[in-house]
Design a protein. Structure first.
Length: 150
């Protein structure tokens, strides 16, 4: 079950592949995430120097009075991945125009994990087509449901 999810990701991107990663957090950030606070709407992962970092994720402090005064809720957080996974992702990103975004933050055996996705951005026409197919499926369900009621 996702504690925080990026709801717009499936609308804005074609998701090619997903990867699970650990994340380095402070204790008050963990409490905040477990409380469901935060946002991944603008969160992307970048690869620098053979390491992966989460940029743009908003995680507010759990208790405003008990956090350091210099705390930045948008700070860059290090992601924990195996070297082989990082090398594979760098290869895929360099070959094609893929973006690495955060889909969700969730619990896994007392640890907070991030679900990352290698994605390709949708064009306006693609988004419209997705809305049309979603609308068509909804209409078909309604028609089938009405036929069973009669």
């Amino acid at each position: 079950m996702a504690l925080i999810s990026n709801k717009k990701a499936h609308i804005q991107y074609f998701i090619e592949e997903t990867v699970e990663a650990g994340i380095k957090l402070f204790g008050y950030e963990v409490k905040s995430i477990k409380g469901g606070q935060g946002s991944l709407e603008a969160a992307k992962a970048i690869i620098r120097g053979g390491e992966v970092f989460l940029v743009g994720a908003f995680i507010p402090p759990y208790q405003q009075a008990n956090t350091p005064s210099d705390y930045d809720p948008y700070r860059t957080r290090k992601l924990l991945l195996k070297k082989s996974e990082i090398v594979r992702m760098v290869g895929k990103i360099s070959q094609t125009q893929l973006t690495l975004i955060a889909l969700s933050l969730y619990n896994s055996k007392n640890h907070i994990k991030v679900e990352l996705a290698l994605c390709r951005q949708k064009q306006k026409a693609d988004k419209r087509e997705d809305l049309r197919t979603k609308d068509d499926k909804l209409r078909m369900r309604r028609i089938v449901h009405q036929s069973f009621e009669e």
